[in-house]
Write a protein that binds this ligand. Sequence first.
Ligand SMILES: [Mg+2]
Length: 190
Amino acid sequence: MNLSPVFEPTAKMRDTLSPAVFIDRDGTIMEDIDYCSHPKDVRIFSGVLEALRCLKSRGFKLIIITNQSGIGRGLFTLDQYRAVEAELLRQLGDGLIEGTYYCPDAPGQYSNCRKPAPGMVVKATRDHQIDLSRSFFVGDKEIDVECAHNAGVRAIRVRTGIQRDVTGSNADWVADDVPAAVQIILNAKS
Ligand SMILES: [Mg+2]
């Protein structure tokens, strides 16, 4: 089939899109201590680092998507948030995470980024040339599932957060933790 020149960039763009795994932070990658505001409180769950490395080696871009209403509520400053983010990225190691998106908005105010709104996923998709049809979202709360579905991404809900009762969840899969979620992703892909 001969494509006219005007369609060539679209075909090329499609070839360069990557699958991604969008990952919630608190209660998914690291312990949820309710409004983490200090680097000393960053504790990554066992097995998460190895699981994320495995995903990256299989070609997934890894993107953190996190609500940080503690900023909007005035519980901690943006600088404190950034110190926690830097410590998490330090512990995860250079180059593993493609991007981190946080939403500072408090509940009750209009927000197109606070999960379950899909704004952060939409922005990350544009910034990192992602193919949503081959992507997944992993999170510990139903708002993560809703955010994923609002963005058109399959969702895996993990039980490592504060809300461990997944009764009635609309997640496409439920997994005990991130390593188990990664197994689901790799099986779904093949
Ligand atoms: Mg969470």
